[in-house]
Design a protein. Structure first.
Length: 397
């Protein structure tokens, strides 16, 4: 492979031994490892976030199995491409040659395209490997799913990404081993955390920095990230600064500012479900009883994010943010639960008044459980106390 290719492409592993992360999926005794070694790979869908190794795993399978390997991108390939591949696969099948069809971003194929693929997977004309960042339960034909195995890839840990970076720094054939790069462990750790589980992003960042200077420091990394994409450390201070800005802009009824901070988070790669969870919280904490519909909308937005993912769910989040920002505010529920929790913490486990206790046995009745309790649908309970004696007449609302 040419050294002019991106570092992430040059460093793509060709064996499972060089494949970092996903231990549960490709570990020593895993189904996947045994299937590859025995050349008995089933049709499958690889579901995971960007940079988690879906495409890399497909290429490893291609190298380690005795099959014709064909790759399609669902973004720019259609039915015509599929028909041509199937025609070749049928010819190869008559010669005893298996075909593995790898479709990247398979969720981008529409129902008609996926339906056209189904009979050929059923007959075994091709073994399908589909890769998707979206929930296949919603995005992939259910019949296709039922004839495939779904494997879930998780985002890589910072430790996994540090190993990948170190490998790229020392590899003299494919990586930067001949470039005499000077970089500290702290900067490598910084890159690994900012990559947020995406090995491709980590290597692209390293590649861009190394193309500018031999000595890579934190300042250079920040400059590279600002140029290549918005700097947004999802585990660092900026993450909390921006979610705070979003929250306070909505609280201040400033929908324009709220939309801007929402856009900053989305463009920085924030998990839309994290944002949606914060909106659900805001709907009760800051709007509460002033507008009970806010909580319904926030939950609906969360559900839409779960079903659609990015980029489609951005408009649902925007709709919810604008609505919450423009809504009247009431913090009664927020204040009430905080005050009640403080009393619990300060006063401990206060006993339930006897007249409020359930009395399922005669002994409990004899010692006063439930005695003189007033059944409110039928009796006046205006003088009945519902709080422990120590909190009598306490008001939280």
């Amino acid at each position: 492979m040419s050294n002019n290719n991106p570092l992430a492409d040059r460093m793509r592993p060709s064996t499972l031994e060089d494949f970092f992360g996903q231990e549960e999926l490709v570990g020593k005794s895993s189904f996947m490892k045994k299937a590859i070694e025995n050349d008995q790979v089933p049709s499958m869908v690889l579901w995971g976030p960007p940079g988690s190794g879906k495409t890399t795993l497909a290429f490893i399978i291609a190298k380690k199995t005795n099959s014709e390997f064909v790759q399609l991108s669902a973004v720019n390939a259609g039915l015509k491409d599929l028909r041509e591949i199937i025609a070749r696969a049928e010819q190869d099948q008559r010669l005893g040659i298996k075909t593995i069809l790898f479709i990247d971003e398979i969720h981008r194929w529409n129902k008609k395209q996926q339906d056209a693929l189904l009979p050929h997977v059923e007959k075994g004309t091709v073994t399908l490997i589909g890769a998707t960042t979206e929930n296949p339960s919603f995005e992939v034909n259910s019949a296709l799913i039922s004839r495939s195995r779904v494997f879930v890839l998780h985002k890589l840990s910072p430790e996994d990404i540090q190993k990948i970076i170190n490998q790229a720094l020392t590899d003299k054939e494919r990586g930067l081993g001949n470039n005499k790069i000077q970089i500290s462990d702290d900067v490598i750790e910084m890159i690994s955390k900012l990559a947020n589980g995406d090995a491709r992003m980590a290597l692209n960042t390293l590649d861009a920095a190394a193309s500018q200077k031999k000595k890579i420091d934190e300042k250079l990394i920040k400059e590279v990230l600002q140029k290549s994409h918005l700097l947004y450390d999802k585990n660092g201070e900026e993450h909390f600064n921006i979610i705070s800005a979003l929250h306070k802009s909505m609280r201040g009824n400033n929908a324009n500012a709220a939309i801007y901070w929402l856009a900053r988070m989305l463009e920085g790669g924030e998990d839309p479900l994290y944002i949606a969870r914060r909106l659900v919280r805001f709907a009760s904490e800051d709007i509460g009883l002033a507008n009970n519909t806010a909580l319904l909308l926030a939950n609906a937005a969360y559900d839409a994010c779960h079903k659609l993912g990015m980029p489609e769910c951005n408009v649902h989040l925007a709709q919810c943010v604008i609505y919450l920002a423009n809504s009247k505010k009431d913090i009664t529920a927020y204040q009430a639960i905080r005050a009640a929790q403080k009393d619990v913490q300060d006063k401990g486990n206060l006993p339930v008044p006897l007249h409020l206790r359930n009395a399922p046995t005669d002994l409990m009745k004899d010692i006063g459980y439930g005695k003189n309790y007033k059944y409110t649908p039928l009796q006046d309970d205006s003088d009945q106390e519902y709080l422990p004696e120590e909190l009598k007449n306490k008001k939280y609302l």
